[in-house]
Design a protein around this ligand. Structure first.
Ligand code: HEC
Length: 113
């Protein structure tokens, strides 16, 4: 009987923890979205679909890749008239959350016949 109670208790604890993790995760994405709306959307869109032909799409892009590129723009290792300025305004945490936002946009891919 005791073992069953313990199991039930563990299951409840695990699902409560899971909810807490989901809540933190959702919060992280909303902070990323807010930053994207404030700084990136004119060119990359909130959904990561570029607003002009010379701007890359970021929807569903790998988070690690975006973090590395934003750090490279910020350090001057990669140069671009607009992105170099924008990246210098971003903290490490902001680089994380905006990359997390774009990486979490679901995309579907269809190659031509
Ligand atoms: C004024 C327009 C503009 C804004 C605003 C802007 N970007 Fe960019 N972004 C560009 C352009 C143009 C490039 C392509 C740079 C190049 O050719 O090297 C780029 C490149 C990038 C890349 C590299 C993509 C790749 O495929 O290598 C990332 C990541 C990126 N931007 C993220 C962001 C984020 C995050 C924000 C907001 C914090 C932002 N950008 C705001 C115009 C913009």
């Amino acid at each position: 009987m005791k073992a069953i109670n313990l199991l039930a208790h563990t299951a409840v604890t695990v699902s409560v923890m899971r909810l807490a993790v989901d809540a933190v995760f959702a919060q992280d994405l909303s902070a990323g979205r807010a930053k994207v709306e404030a700084v990136c959307q004119t060119c990359h869109g909130v959904d990561g679909v570029a607003t002009s032909a010379m701007v890359p799409n970021l929807s569903g892009q790998q988070k690690e890749y975006m973090v590395v590129q934003l750090e490279a723009f910020r350090s001057g290792q990669r140069q671009h008239p607009q992105m170099s300025i924008i990246a210098k305004m971003l903290s490490d945490e902001e680089i994380e959350i905006v990359s997390e936002w774009y990486a979490n946009i679901k995309i579907s891919v269809e190659a031509p016949e």
